[in-house]
Design a protein around this ligand. Structure first.
Ligand code: C5P
Ligand code: MG
Length: 286
């Protein structure tokens, strides 16, 4: 049906079920579809030429906008909390308060640096941020068929927007839920707006933003893309869901985490740096 599903990076616990969902969504047509995607390490690459690619937060950390002292502190936080994020031996309940701690400490440090809004464009341009191979086909295809794309990210909204704007794919069908910066009258960062989004409260974020899903009331079929098990709740605000196809990128600690990803996601993409599978499914469905 879709040759890309036979690639060696593709794993499915129940291929027949995947086929059924894809067929049902194809039959219902693009006017009934919406796409909900995570950003960091889902739409962006995890690695390039053996080197890790940055998250939204890392783009700021690695930039000239912050002092060496602050960079060292943020790096310590990353070294402490990222291993916890991807530790498959700890439960979500155990990880949740630690993730809140990570985000809160990192945001406090960023605010202390009074990051300037007018320099974000430059910082993103000079960064190693990289969308996955095939990203243009992905964004353009959705725009062409007027399929809404919700990017739901625990990263930094202002940075994320700049990445997709510079890539030329910030089309009108794209809507973003993320952590946005609040700048003072001089354009210096003074806080983060609204309720914090971290990797384990996307469900609350979805329900808080129910107005968005209300607008898309007629779209009962969802393609969901994520790289964390926390991303699975991003579609919890969708109005009377009919079909959902969940695609999960398994980027890191693949052996330890494979089983849990196979149980949670319909399609698991193991160390696959492309959008090819999602693009092929969308092409088939539309
Ligand atoms: O867009 P997404 O929801 O994936 O963004 C969350 C990611 O940001 C997490 O997977 C986490 O590893 C990363 N992060 C980071 N630095 C922080 C907090 C989170 O790189 N201070
Ligand atoms: Mg992610």
């Amino acid at each position: 049906m879709i040759p890309e599903l036979s690639r060696p990076s593709v794993y499915m616990r129940d291929p027949r079920r995947v086929e059924e969902i894809i067929k049902a969504m194809k039959q219902a047509g693009p006017s009934t579809m919406q796409v909900i995607s995570d950003f960091d390490m889902t739409l962006t690459r995890f690695a390039y030429n053996g080197k890790r690619c940055p998250t939204c937060h890392n783009i700021l950390e690695n930039s000239k906008l912050i002092s060496q002292e602050c960079r060292d502190k943020l790096e310590d936080l990353l070294n402490t909390y990222y291993p916890i994020e991807i530790d498959s031996s700890r439960s979500v309940e155990e990880k949740l308060p630690l993730m809140v701690e990570w985000w809160t400490k990192a945001h406090d440090l960023l605010v202390q640096q009074k990051i300037r809004k007018d320099l974000l464009t430059l910082v993103v341009r000079e960064s190693d941020a990289m969308l996955r191979e095939g990203y243009r086909v992905f964004f353009d295809q959705l725009q062409e068929h007027s399929i809404p794309l919700l990017i739901f990210s625990a990263g930094v909204g202002d940075v994320l927007e700049e990445v997709i704007r510079q890539a030329g794919v910030f089309h009108p069908n794209v809507k973003i839920f993320s952590n946005y910066m609040d700048f003072d009258e001089n354009g210096a960062l003074r806080a983060f707006k609204g309720q914090l989004i971290h990797i384990y409260n996307k469900r609350e974020g979805a329900l808080l933003n129910s107005g968005h899903f209300q607008e898309l009331k007629a779209r009962h079929n969802v393609l969901l893309l994520g790289d964390s098990l926390g991303d699975l709740t991003m579609a919890d605000g969708v109005y009377s869901m009919e079909n959902i196809l969940k695609i999960g990128y398994l980027n890191d600690k693949v052996q330890e985490r494979k089983e849990s990803y196979l149980n949670a996601y319909d399609i698991v993409l193991q160390q696959d740096e492309t959008m090819d599978v999602a693009n092929a499914i969308l092409l088939y469905m539309t």
